[in-house]
Design a protein around this ligand. Sequence first.
Ligand SMILES: Nc1ncnc2c1ncn2[C@@H]1O[C@H](COP(=O)(O)OP(=O)(O)O)[C@@H](O)[C@H]1O
Ligand SMILES: [Mg+2]
Length: 325
Amino acid sequence: MSQDNSRSTFRCIGKGSCGSVWAQNEFQAIKREDCHPERSVQNDFNMHRRLLEALEASRHLTKMCVPRCHELIQNDNTRWWDEHGPNFPASYSHCKTLISERIPALNATARQHLIQAFCPTERQEFVKSNPSDQDCLVRLYLGRRRHTARSERPSKLNIFSLRNFPLHLDQVELLGLDALPYAKIMAETLAVMHWAAGIDGNDVEFVLASPRCGDDSTTTFDSPSIGRHALWVLDFDCCRSMTPDEHGVEQACGAFFRNDPYYPRPNPANEGDDRLWLEFRRHFIETSRNLLGSDSELPEMLMTRIEAVAMEKRREQVAAASNHA
Ligand SMILES: Nc1ncnc2c1ncn2[C@@H]1O[C@H](COP(=O)(O)OP(=O)(O)O)[C@@H](O)[C@H]1O
Ligand SMILES: [Mg+2]
């Protein structure tokens, strides 16, 4: 695909494996199904809608932020493509396209803080003035620290971008943020996805971003470091239907570990991290029981299964490390 954006009035604000994401203004995000033939914005649309409907009925349980889902445009929708097609770069053909609410990026003060805290000095001036770094969403990884027990050294990644900036648990602490309220929203989100929407949450993303303007029905946070912000969930194209039974529990457990490390993880080796996991676990079960009834065993079954798989993975890691030594 050409990089020539000279004729474009839509600006590319993100890329994933399913598609490229564009914005014309601050309100709408336009996701094109133009990257991977096996990924589908139709499924994204269906799953996104299902979650929003479930959320409507569960607003007393969670105030999580989910973008509004506006419209699915087919590639033969001549009315839409005649009007908007020319706003993409010339080489971009018509394809299935999903229009949803744009998640507002973190503001300049927050970006400045992130740059000062985490950007290598020699790259700071570039990032400050680089337009694409203004589309700043922060992926919240409560299940991972940068310093692994094995290396005890920070990652040497020299790529720094504020687009989808990965904020690990140790960095959450460095910014003076309390991880617990975010962990609770993630637990509520997961419970609503599994038991109210009937979807497995496969590959969804959790990002810190600005709150929706003028909306007091969703949870917002304030901090001296990154100012007012909210936790948003996005990207539903890899989600699949799941049933509320043992098979569904296995599917949900698979999705939990396949995803990037957003959710807290059981970790007996670190007391603080394990406490965060236990709070996540407790809150997931509490929210789930409100949805399924207090006699359902499924929420506890899922959490216990996740703990067992985490233990297995840790054993494998230890074995692999001792084989290397
Ligand atoms: N509604 C949105 N508002 C703002 N940015 C978005 C929105 N949707 C997606 N993005 C950005 O575009 C990136 C790719 O979109 P995503 O839906 O994750 O595509 P994929 O399914 O290909 O991973 C996201 O990681 C995010 O940075
Ligand atoms: Mg994605």
